[in-house]
Design a protein around this ligand. Structure first.
Ligand SMILES: NC(=O)C1=CN([C@@H]2O[C@H](COP(=O)(O)OP(=O)(O)OC[C@H]3O[C@@H](n4cnc5c(N)ncnc54)[C@H](OP(=O)(O)O)[C@@H]3O)[C@@H](O)[C@H]2O)C=CC1
Ligand SMILES: Nc1nc(O)c(N)c(N[C@@H]2O[C@H](COP(=O)(O)O)[C@@H](O)[C@H]2O)n1
Length: 227
């Protein structure tokens, strides 16, 4: 049992999701940010890796007052359950994702995480231990499903997205391609990590939507199930 997992990200025309300094950059325009807010508000959970928390310090809150009100009217928290994938419990207890906006948080750590940092995080979030040295994403998905997460949005970054593809845990990939070039061999891309080598390992995608948004294009891909 696991949630439906969809990845949403914004990349430049040359396929970069940030600069080589891993600084947060604005790739999307106003219409795309509105779309992202809507799909976030329609999700039960939203997940990022610790690399994104340290680079961007995102809150991952729903921004629109109307969307927050609609969630409350459905009996939901204003914001989806926020999840950080963080083997060594490096998330700062002062991170925006733990401090901004009401609602529940899960920090997924491994058994190797230092006890003191885990205890500090327990003040702000539920800490789930899944995996020995790194976070076992399959076990984490099961834990999230038992907490009622049916639709999970993944906001990045590239290392986490790679890990999810590698584990066969992605159902849908939504990419906004913006009208800019970032460049840099070390700039992060939508799926980093070690990468696949054999063609028979490559996840296969079916194009489910193409739409012009702002000055860029939104692509929706559905991951084909293995036959
Ligand atoms: N344009 C966009 O849409 C977005 C851009 N970004 C950008 O992405 C960059 C951050 O990406 P990145 O550095 O790759 O960091 P990620 O957010 O992908 O976090 C990666 C970290 O997650 C932890 N992790 C734990 N278990 C796993 C696992 N099983 N698989 C994969 N990762 C795991 C690892 O750290 P540990 O071993 O310590 O647990 C790993 O280094 C930033 O520059 C940010 O601005 C981010 C989101 C969206
Ligand atoms: N969709 C999208 N477009 C961009 O241009 C971006 N830079 C990002 N980045 C993601 O948005 C997060 C910010 O979240 P908060 O506003 O703090 O809630 C950031 O961390 C990236 O995940 N996304």
């Amino acid at each position: 049992m696991r949630p439906y997992v969809f990845v949403n990200l914004a990349m430049s025309a040359d396929g970069k999701i940030s600069t080589r300094e891993r600084r947060q950059v604005k790739i999307s325009g106003a219409d795309d940010f509105k779309r992202v807010d809507e799909i976030k508000a329609g999700s039960d959970g939203i997940m990022v890796g610790i690399g994104t928390v340290m680079a961007d310090d995102p809150s991952l809150t729903v921004k629109s007052p109307e969307l927050k009100a609609a969630r409350r009217a459905r009996g939901e928290d204003e914001h989806p359950l926020r999840v950080v994938v963080d083997s060594m419990a490096r998330t700062s207890p002062d991170a925006d994702i733990l401090c901004k906006g009401a609602g529940q948080r899960v920090v997924a750590v491994s058994a190797a995480a230092p006890a003191g940092r885990v205890e500090a995080l327990r003040e702000k979030a539920e800490v789930v231990v899944v995996g020995e040295k790194g976070v076992d994403l399959t076990l984490l998905m099961h834990e999230l499903a038992t907490r009622g997460v049916k639709r999970l949005m993944v906001e990045g970054g590239g290392t986490l997205i790679w890990g999810l593809f590698k584990a066969g845990l992605v159902d849908e990939l939504i990419t906004y391609i913006g009208s800019t070039v970032i460049g840099g061999v070390d700039a992060p891309t939508p799926a980093d990590g070690e990468g696949f080598v054999r063609e028979d390992e490559f996840p296969r995608l079916e194009l489910a939507g193409v739409e012009r948004v702002d000055d860029g294009v939104l692509l929706r891909w559905v991951v084909k199930k293995e036959e």
